[in-house]
Design a protein around this ligand. Structure first.
Ligand code: KIV
Ligand code: ZN
Length: 390
């Protein structure tokens, strides 16, 4: 049975770039956009054109260079925003306008001082207006995560009728539990007239560390687009990490969902974003963190040396990392030491290894990590006989 396609909507250059300190210039954005296109994302949200002349320029330039992906511009449900976005997208082969408005009671009352009926009217007007410029219009119901499902369904139905082809259901505040977010998507699938003519999209923030889990719950329940960023960067605790959702779907074939992303480019794309934005990821970050394929405890190292699959559920090469690392520390065992010694040219007998291991532990207790030079030093100071090839 062929797999269902989940579209990957990358918002590194919009939601990701909103992070203080992540500001990119147009040239940097073009480099990243080209790489995202190569990576195989389906949609690149290139910016919020009305927000500044610089953002307008970036969206315009990105529209000129992207070859395969749809290029998208964000707007509020405001005519001027939509006009400016349409202008910025005029060179795009496949342009999309992403317009929307807050739908939760708190957004309606405090942000808009409005009513549910007026919000539906504004949503419909925005979508209809965007449709006069482009065919592909995505609608976002901001704070959908905290929006009552029945009202959300009414909004969705109205904007589909107005011409929206993608419905973004953002958990803007990162509040939802995976079960609740999944149930919300299921509710919309079952209760919105015309939903089969539209794609439901997950846009989950990571305030409680649940962005990836929520996005996956969304696609399990019928959503077919995930909005995400490289390295999970984004407002506050960030957005759903692209590399995580892509690899979850790849490593779980039983879900029968596919993204079409060239996963071998994930690591280098992550590095490209780090270099340009200057925002580092924690070493234990899933998929692309420095320790994602590093093994340091003796028990794990022994298992890894016998068979990689004992402690790894994916092949590092699949995400563009050359190989797993066996890191030597004071927690490492003889198997890891012998393995590294062999790599740097020493084939140790069991007796020799016992001797070197004692020296190694003394050394490692005073150093965080043992490198190849240290191995030479340790072996030299272990007073082994001359039979060891140097
Ligand atoms: O988090 C959010 O709700 C958003 C929308 C503007 C799509 O980023
Ligand atoms: Zn967002």
């Amino acid at each position: 049975m062929s797999k269902d396609k989940v579209q990957i909507f990358d918002t590194t250059l919009r939601d990701g770039e909103q992070v203080p300190g992540c500001k990119l210039n147009t040239a940097q954005k073009i480099v990243i956009a080209k790489r995202l296109d190569e990576l195989g994302v389906d949609i690149i949200e290139a910016g919020f054109p009305v927000s500044s002349p610089g953002d307008f320029k970036s969206v315009e330039e990105i529209s000129k260079v992207v070859k395969n992906a749809t290029v998208c511009g964000l707007t509020r449900a405001v005519k001027k925003d939509i006009e400016v976005a349409a202008q910025a997208l005029k060179y795009a082969k496949k342009p999309r306008i992403h317009t929307g408005i807050g739908t939760s009671d708190s957004h309606i009352a405090y942000k808009f001082n409005s009513t549910r009926e007026q919000i539906i009217e504004r949503a419909v007007d925005a979508v209809k207006y965007a449709k006069t410029f482009v065919e592909d219009v995505e609608f976002y119901a901001e704070d959908a995560g905290r929006t009552d499902n029945e009202f959300l369904a009414r909004v969705c139905e109205a904007v589909i009728k107005a011409g929206a082809t993608v419905l973004n259901i953002p958990d803007t505040t990162g509040y939802c539990l995976p079960e609740d977010y999944g149930a919300k998507i299921k509710y919309l699938k079952e209760n919105v007239k015309g939903i089969d003519n539209a794609i439901l999209s997950c846009h989950c923030h990571n305030d409680l560390g649940l962005a990836t889990a929520n996005s996956i719950a969304g696609v399990i329940n019928g959503a077919r687009q995930i909005e995400c960023t490289i390295n999970g960067i984004g407002e506050r605790a960030g957005n759903t990490a692209l590399e995580e959702v892509v690899m979850v779907l790849k490593q779980h074939p039983a879900l029968n969902l596919d993204t079409g992303i060239n996963t071998k480019l994930l690591y280098s794309t992550s590095q490209l974003v780090i270099e340009n934005m200057g925002i580092y990821v924690q070493p234990n970050k899933a998929i692309i963190g420095a320790n994602a394929f590093a093994h340091s405890s003796g028990i794990h190292q022994d298992g890894m040396i016998k068979n990689r699959e004992t402690y790894e559920i994916m092949n590092p090469e699949d995400v563009g990392v050359n190989e797993s690392a066996i890191v030597l520390t004071a927690r490492s065992g003889r198997a890891a030491l012998a393995y590294r010694a062999k790599k740097v040219g020493y084939e140790l007998t069991k007796i020799q290894l016992d001797k070197v291991y004692v020296e190694f532990l003394n050394f490692a207790d005073n150093k965080k990590e043992i490198n190849n030079n240290d191995i030479h030093t340790i072996i030299k100071s272990s007073n082994l006989d001359n039979s060891i090839p140097a």
